[in-house]
Design a protein around this ligand. Structure first.
Ligand code: NDP
Ligand SMILES: Nc1nc2c(ncn2[C@@H]2O[C@H](COP(=O)(O)O)[C@@H](O)[C@H]2O)c(=O)[nH]1
Length: 483
C-alpha cells in the first residue's frame, strides 16, 4: 500500500480514501478473498467474541459463507463444547431449519421465525418434514392454533446433493420460498433461492474433516490452560486469547502457557492457530509474536460498545494501528486481525488494504437474525436487539459470577463499555448473510478498482489518500433532496 500524500498524524478509516488504479481484473467475481492470515478462511471476516453477537446460529451461518465466528470467553467451556459440536454437525451448504412439532401453536412458531433468515418453520414428525409455516400460513389464525391445522404441505423436497443452480430453478418454477433437503426421508436443511445463489459465490470455511470451522476465546484470568485444553479437545479451530490491554505481562505469561497446551495437543487435534490481543503498537505485536501468537488482534478503543478512549485517553486511530501492526507482524512472520470500528463495507476494504489478514466485526452484526439476543420492538414498531460491551458492567458481572458479591460489585466499577445499546435490524439487510453480501460486494469492487485479484495483491497495489471531513461527507449517499 502506498500513500498519495504522506500522513502527519494517525488516521481513522474515515480519514482515508482509495484512489483507483489501472486494472486488468475484469470481473468482481474474479477476486479471491481468501484471508492472508494463518487460518486462510475463504472470506476474511471474523465475528467478534461478544456475548450479544456470537453464538451457534451466527457461527454456522458465517462459516457456511467462508468466515469464522469466535465464541466468547464468558461462556462456560462445556457450553462452548456443545456449540462447537452443533456447528460441526451442521450442513455446509444447506441452512439449518427451525423445526416444530405438529401440535406446536402458531404463536410459538412465529416467535421462532426470526431466529433464522429463511422465513419459515419446518413441521417435523419423527425427523420427517411434513409441512411448513411462515407469515402467510399464520396471518389469519389466532396464536393458539396448532401448526398442523394451517401448515402448507406443498413441499419442494430436494436431495442435499442437488446443485444449487438446480434448486434455484425448481424454486423459481414452483414459486416457492424454500426447498427442503431430505436424505432417507430425514430433514437435512433448507435453501432459499438467495441461499442457492450465495452457494455459488461463497465457499464454506471447513476443517480437515470437511466440517464448518469455529473458534473460541480465552481470557487471561482463572484457569486459562484448563479452558484452553477443554476448547481444543472440543474441536475449536482457533483459540483467541483476549484482553483489553494485550501488551501486559499477564497476557504474555498466559499466552506462553496456552501455547504449551496447544503444542502438547497438536498430535491429537492438529496445530491450532493462536490469536492474541489487543494491541496497537509494533512493540505489542513483537512481544506477542515472540511468545507464540500466529495472529495479533489490533484495536484499542475503536469498537462501537467501547468507552475506553473517552475514559482513559488510551487507544489509537484504527487505520494507522492496523497499517503499522500489520507491517510489524509480517516482518515477524505473523499477521493481524483488524478488530473493531467497522461501520461500512469501505472500512473492511481499507483494513485489508492496510494489510490486515482478516477483519473482526461485532456490533454491526448484533442487529441481525443470527445474533444471540432476542428480537424486540420499540415504541415506533422498529425491531432491534440489545447489545453490550464485553468490558461493560453487565459483562463484568457475568464474567465474575463465581466471585463474592463484594468483588463483583467492585469489579463493576471498572467498566469500559456500554451495558445496553439498541442495534436496529435493517429491514433491507435483516440477516447476517445480507450484511456479508453487502460487505463482500464492496470489498470485491475495491479490489478491482485497485487492479487486484487477491488480497496480497490488494495490499500491494492499494493507493490511499488522506481526506478532510468534507471529503468524507461528499461520499455519503443522499436519500432525500437537499434543497
Ligand atoms: N479492544 C478494546 O479496545 C477493548 C476490548 N475489551 C474487550 O473486553 C473484554 C474484557 O476484557 P478485559 O476488560 O481485559 O477483562 P478481563 O476479564 O480479560 O481482565 C483483564 C485483566 O487485566 C487486568 N488489567 C490491567 N490493566 C487493565 C486495563 N487497563 N484494562 C482492563 N484490564 C486491565 C485486570 O485487572 P484489574 O481488573 O484488577 O485491573 C484483569 O486482571 C475482552 O473481550 C476485550 O477484548 C475491553 C476493553 C478495551
Ligand atoms: N473498550 C471496549 N471494547 C470492547 C468492548 N466490547 C467489545 N469491545 C471491542 O470491540 C470489538 C468489536 O468492535 P465493533 O465496533 O465491531 O463492535 C471487539 O472485538 C472488542 O475488541 C467493551 O466493552 N469495551
Amino acid at each position: 500500500m502506498r500513500f498519495l500524500n504522506e500522513p502527519q498524524y494517525d488516521l481513522t478509516y474515515s480519514d482515508v480514501f482509495m484512489a483507483p488504479s489501472r486494472s486488468g481484473v475484469s470481473s468482481r467475481l474474479q477476486v479471491d478473498l481468501t484471508s492472508t492470515d494463518a487460518l486462510a478462511t475463504p472470506l476474511p471476516l471474523v465475528v467478534a467474541n461478544m456475548t450479544a453477537v456470537s453464538g451457534r446460529r451466527m457461527a454456522e451461518t458465517v462459516a457456511r459463507r467462508g468466515g469464522i465466528a469466535i465464541i466468547p470467553q464468558d461462556i462456560p467451556a462445556a457450553v462452548v463444547g456443545g456449540t462447537i459440536a452443533k456447528v460441526k454437525a451442521s450442513h455446509t451448504i444447506f441452512d439449518t431449519a427451525v423445526t416444530v412439532t405438529p401440535s406446536t401453536t402458531t404463536g410459538e412458531a412465529m416467535s421462532l421465525l426470526t431466529k433464522r433468515s429463511h422465513g419459515v418453520v419446518v413441521v417435523v414428525e419423527d425427523g420427517h418434514p411434513i409441512g411448513l409455516v411462515g407469515a402467510a400460513e399464520t396471518a389469519e389464525t389466532d396464536r393458539f392454533t396448532q401448526v398442523h391445522e394451517v401448515m402448507s404441505t406443498d413441499l419442494l423436497l430436494v436431495s442435499p446433493d442437488d446443485a444449487p443452480e438446480t434448486v434455484f430453478e425448481q424454486l423459481l418454477e414452483r414459486h416457492q420460498q424454500v426447498a427442503i433437503a431430505v436424505r432417507d426421508g430425514q430433514l437435512v436443511g433448507v435453501m432459499t433461492s438467495r441461499g442457492a445463489l450465495r452457494s455459488t459465490i461463497y465457499q464454506p470455511a471447513v476443517d480437515s474433516q470437511g466440517q464448518l470451522r469455529v473458534g473460541a476465546a480465552v481470557g487471561i484470568n482463572g484457569d486459562v490452560t484448563g479452558r484452553a485444553e477443554q476448547l481444543l479437545r472440543a474441536g475449536a479451530d482457533v483459540l483467541v486469547v483476549d484482553t483489553a490491554h494485550g501488551h501486559q505481562e499477564k497476557m504474555i505469561e498466559s499466552l506462553a502457557r496456552i501455547r504449551e497446551v496447544r503444542d502438547q495437543l497438536a498430535g491429537e487435534v492438529g496445530r491450532i492457530p493462536l490469536v492474541a490481543g489487543n494491541v496497537v503498537t509494533r512493540e505489542g505485536v513483537a512481544d506477542l509474536v515472540e511468545v507464540g501468537a500466529d495472529v495479533i488482534k489490533v484495536g484499542v478503543g475503536p469498537g462501537a460498545m467501547c468507552t475506553t478512549r473517552m475514559q482513559t485517553g488510551v487507544g489509537r486511530p484504527q487505520f494507522t494501528a492496523v497499517l503499522e501492526c500489520a507491517e510489524a507482524a509480517r516482518e515477524a512472520g505473523a499477521s493481524v486481525w483488524a478488530d473493531g470500528g467497522v461501520r461500512h463495507p469501505r472500512d473492511v476494504a481499507l483494513a485489508l488494504a492496510a494489510g490486515a489478514g482478516s477483519v473482526m466485526i461485532g456490533s454491526w452484526l448484533a442487529g441481525t437474525h443470527e445474533s444471540t439476543g432476542d428480537q424486540r420492538t420499540d415504541a415506533e414498531g422498529r425491531s432491534y436487539k440489545e447489545s453490550f460491551g464485553m468490558a461493560s458492567a453487565r459483562a463484568v458481572k457475568n464474567r465474575t459470577r463465581e466471585q463474592s458479591a463484594f468483588e463483583r460489585a467492585r469489579a463493576g466499577l471498572f467498566e469500559e463499555g456500554i451495558s445496553s445499546s439498541r442495534m436496529y435490524i435493517d429491514p433491507q439487510r435483516p440477516g447476517v448473510e445480507d450484511l456479508l453480501d453487502f460487505i463482500t460486494s464492496g470489498v470485491r469492487s475495491s479490489c478491482t478498482y485497485a487492479g487486484a485479484a487477491s488480497l496480497p495483491e490488494f495490499h500491494d497495489r492499494a493507493v490511499v489518500g488522506i481526506q478532510s471531513p468534507s471529503g468524507y461527507e461528499e461520499g455519503r449517499p443522499l436519500h432525500a433532496s437537499w434543497s
